[in-house]
Design a protein around this ligand. Structure first.
Ligand code: GLA
Length: 414
């Protein structure tokens, strides 16, 4: 198992945090979970589309060990003010309770709650320390954390899941039912299954995952994430929730009108689409705009997948950019700072495509970039972004990412 210098640095950090906070991880394991980058269809998961994405090298590391009791004791180096999160298995606050709204501890509480609800009674507690470098908003920090906690507690309790998709469902339930975030499954799938150098393709109809390698002739490229430095509140408090319900509303209007669909992704034929726009364009312009994005992005998805397979990264980038414009103008889920980043990056030759990432409003934008243009992009952001968005001049960051495995376990570093 290859251990990078960053992994070693993190293990040292975690060891120091454990010592300072009276957490015993000696002889334990380190589980590292990645972030993710979606290439399509962004906002397609809860609309029923196929999905494609990769794992990226911003991570959450958790060093942990069973502690021989039925208590969980965890400390996060990202939220030191929350202190040690300590609870007895099976005894956690109620879902969505005010008591837990402002602590990261709601994630481990939620994991215990959901696993128990789903019949996996945990009896062996752990001591653990966590640290992550995934920026908030756009790269799936919360899914990475939920998965890390579930996998680590399963392992400590000797619980094995046959179908990995069940783990995705559990992690989603932690966010939907305990935290109260209305997220879909995209993030969990793209992290849990991610493989170095591969794209992950998900078919919702079959609940299946396949790996698609980038065509051999592909020119080299980089994934660049531009963190705007803004803070994105939970999805339950954002435009995300509104978009979800708008899409559901449109589906229900169409069902009542006799269309045989269960989600917007079921509208695949041009004829059907044209008929809907003709019928509802005037009375429901906003709902039709949401459909316009989903319909067009779903069509582009297949083109993008073919381009990926043949190594045509220029086309992948072009589609990524088109998706971004649809997300901005039709789905209306982007935000001013996210678009400032895109507008800056777009001016640099060698930027193949750029758009907002993930849930929307705030957080991070992303770009596909030729390697030789990375420096120019960085410089453009460094001069343009603070001028446009002075309030975030000290907070923004540019991350150049590699495609990596979603989950790695290091057995003998502690
Ligand atoms: C967030 C959600 C995902 C997905 C994306 C948008 O990351 O958690 O389920 O809907 O937004 O593609």
């Amino acid at each position: 198992m290859s251990v990078s210098s960053l992994d070693k640095e993190m293990v040292e950090k975690l060891t120091a945090l454990a010592r300072q906070n009276g957490i015993d991880i000696k002889g334990g394991k380190v589980r590292r979970t990645s972030s993710r980058f979606c290439l399509g269809v962004e906002h397609g998961d809860y609309n029923g589309t196929e999905l494609f994405g990769v794992g990226t090298d911003r991570f959450i590391w958790m060093a942990y060990k069973p502690n021989g009791t039925d208590k969980v004791r965890l400390f996060s180096g990202n939220f030191p003010g929350d202190g040690v999160i300590e609870f007895t298995l099976g005894d956690v606050p109620d879902p969505k309770s005010e008591k837990t709204a402002h602590t990261w501890g709601r994630f481990p509480y939620g994991v215990d709650y959901i696993l128990r609800r789903e019949g996996h009674k945990l009896t062996r507690g752990i001591d653990g320390v966590i640290y992550g470098n995934i920026p908030g908003g756009g790269m799936s920090r919360s899914a990475s954390l939920s998965l890390n906690l579930i996998l680590s507690l399963f392992e400590a309790n000797n619980i094995k899941m046959e179908d990995q998709m069940d783990i995705v469902d559990l992690a989603q339930a932690v966010e939907n039912d305990y935290i109260g975030s209305p997220c879909g499954k995209l993030d969990q799938i793209m992290i849990l299954f991610a493989r170095e150098g591969m794209g992950t393709y998900y078919n919702p109809g079959k609940r299946s995952v396949d790996y698609v390698s980038l065509g051999e002739k592909a020119e080299d490229f980089r994934i660049v994430v531009m963190d705007t430095g803004t803070e994105r509140p939970g999805l339950e408090k954002s435009t995300y929730k509104i978009r979800r319900s708008e899409c559901e509303e449109l589906v229900s209007i169409l069902q009542k009108g006799g269309y045989d669909i269960s989600c917007l992704a079921d509208i695949k034929e041009q004829k059907v689409y044209d008929k809907i726009i003709a019928q509802l364009g005037k009375s429901h312009p906003n709902l039709c705009d949401r459909l316009k994005y989903v319909f067009a992005a779903q069509r582009r998805f297949y083109e993008m997948l073919e381009a990926w397979k043949s190594g045509d990264i220029v086309t992948v980038g072009r589609i990524f950019r088109q998706d971004g414009i649809g997300l901005r103008d039709e789905y209306k889920i982007s935000g001013p700072e996210l678009e400032t980043m895109c507008d800056i990056v777009r001016t640099v030759p060698g930027a193949l495509g750029e758009r907002m990432l993930g849930g929307g409003d705030k957080g991070a934008s992303g770009a596909l970039v030729r390697p030789e243009s990375v420096d120019a992009i960085r410089k453009a952001v460094e001069s343009g972004y603070p001028r446009s968005r002075p309030a975030f001049a000290d907070k923004y960051a540019v991350h150049v990412c590699r495609v990596v495995d979603g989950v790695k376990v290091f057995n003998d570093l502690l």
